[in-house]
Design a protein around this ligand. Structure first.
Ligand SMILES: O=C(O)[C@H]1O[C@H](OP(=O)(O)OP(=O)(O)OC[C@H]2O[C@@H](n3ccc(=O)[nH]c3=O)[C@H](O)[C@@H]2O)[C@H](O)[C@@H](O)[C@@H]1O
Length: 438
């Protein structure tokens, strides 16, 4: 190549002169030029093969499959003596009659709070989370750091990874699983339906498969959603009401989860408790939720879209503060009966429950914005918009008498008090909005 380069460099700059076949070097030049072409095209060919094999799944025409493949192809490293030691130590029970709990979605909003609460009272807690990028992973990492300081280790992995789940049950005989890993969010289901199937259906089944084969089988408490009430118009929503009209794919996957839970309870004797959370909010919350991004956008002076139902109908939510939800989750674990099966075989009927965990006082979204304005001492740029027809329901309202009776569940934080705590956390964490580019 360098020889060829020197020929070219020494050749006259006029292109036409280069074609003169009288040149004593013309023969060698032609040979070198075809060698150059061969090398050049070989590189192009190898490059194309490389691009085809290594990029094709994520460069598929559908953004859905590309996103899903990005998530499911991600590999996590786990295993080894040091890793097992950390798993064991994190899951070690430190109080009398304490539980050993596997918390999936531990770097999530509810997962972090529940893990911390369990650890505080002496339960052994091991987290599992895939740290996906549905929202700012830096927030998940910050929650992880918080939990690490309390002695909770979060294993990085996906609930669809059966080998990993089996390994965790080999290392620790979990008494309970708090299953909070999920693809959340009502509106995002229009954008990325597959991720709901991946996490809320396939992931749930993987987890239940491993739990049913474990010996002893753990008791499982898991997150369903208020969205299962869908188009139901009877208020307040009771667990006895129909839930066969979901208004979003998200709701449909949660409802399907409840049916899947029934199956595993029926066939394998797994003790299963589903908790229908009602719009949970609070410090360390999810940036995709309205109260969170309203706060961010009011601080930035950006306009905020406030949904309104037809004929100026009010849109309202039974916003529930995180500490109340945590109490409900812990009470559900405390009252969960043992699974009755072992090694994949049912020995007798097992407990199967579903509870509403709400606040029982719906608040219009416009009032939520009013509270935020007062707390932030800023006026919001409100833009009234039609309630989109992509999954949102007009209102939610929980009847919590069943949870009250069985779990002693009694929410104590109203929206004003809860948002005050959220705003204080938000300003401390993001420093008045400077860091909040999620
Ligand atoms: O209760 C539940 O089960 C669900 O609660 C929330 O869903 P959602 O109540 O829709 O919460 P947000 O997305 O924070 O919306 C809160 C309210 O603000 C309204 N909103 C939302 C977004 C927006 O731009 N403007 C607006 O007015 C919504 O219509 C809704 O009434 C969570 O996002 C779900 O993961 C959870 O399962």
């Amino acid at each position: 190549m360098s020889q060829m380069k020197s020929h070219i460099d020494s050749a006259p700059s006029t292109p036409g002169k280069f074609k003169m076949d009288k040149s004593p070097y013309s023969h060698r030049l032609r040979f070198h030029s075809s060698l150059f072409k061969l090398t050049f095209w070989s590189f192009i060919f190898i490059g194309l093969i490389f691009i085809f094999f290594f990029r094709s799944p994520s460069s598929s025409s559908s953004p859905i499959s590309s996103d899903l493949s990005r998530r499911s192809l991600r590999t996590y490293s786990w295993g080894g003596p040091t890793w097992e030691k950390r798993v064991r130590s994190s899951a070690k029970v430190r109080s009398r009659n304490g539980f050993s709990v596997l918390v999936t979605g531990a770097a999530g909003f509810v997962g972090t709070h529940v893990s911390a609460a369990l650890k505080r009272r002496g339960d052994g807690v091991l987290g599992l989370d895939n740290f996906n990028d549905y929202y700012d992973p830096a927030l998940k990492r910050a929650r992880q750091a918080l939990l690490e300081r309390t002695g909770v280790f979060i294993v990085e992995g996906d609930i669809n990874d059966i080998a990993l789940l089996k390994k965790l049950f080999e290392v620790v005989a979990f008494t309970h699983v708090m299953h909070l890993a999920a693809q959340a969010g009502v509106r995002y289901a229009m954008e990325n339906p597959s991720s709901y199937v991946h996490s809320n259906l396939a992931g749930l089944v993987s987890l239940l498969e491993v739990c049913k084969s474990a010996d002893p089988q753990p008791s499982i408490v898991w997150a369903s959603s208020s969205s299962v009430y869908g188009l139901n118009t009877r208020v307040p929503f009771s667990e006895k009401d129909r839930t066969d009209q979901p208004a979003s794919l998200y709701a449909a996957t949660k409802k399907a989860g409840e049916e899947i839970a029934h199956t595993y309870n029926h066939i394998y004797g797994l003790s299963l408790t589903g908790l229908r959370f009602f719009t949970v909010y609070g410090p360390w919350g999810r940036p995709d939720m309205a109260y969170f991004f309203f706060t961010r956008d009011i601080l930035k002076g950006k306009s905020i879209p406030i949904f309104e139902a037809p004929n100026h109908g009010t849109v309202a939510r039974d916003f529930t503060y995180i500490d109340d939800i945590v109490k409900g989750c812990v009470a559900a674990l405390d009252t969960a009966e043992k699974s009755t099966g072992s090694g994949g075989k049912k020995k007798g009927p097992a407990q199967l429950r579903v509870f509403n965990l709400g606040n029982t006082s719906p608040v219009p979204v416009s009032d939520l914005v009013g509270i935020l304005e007062r707390l932030l001492k800023l006026k919001a740029k409100r833009v009234i918009m039609k309630l989109p027809r992509n999954g949102d329901v007009q209102f939610t309202h929980a009847n919590i008498s069943y949870a009250q009776r069985e779990l002693g569940y009694k929410p104590t934080t109203d929206l004003q008090a809860g948002l005050k705590k959220f705003v204080r956390w938000y300003l401390g964490y993001y420093g008045g909005g400077k860091k909040s580019d999620q």
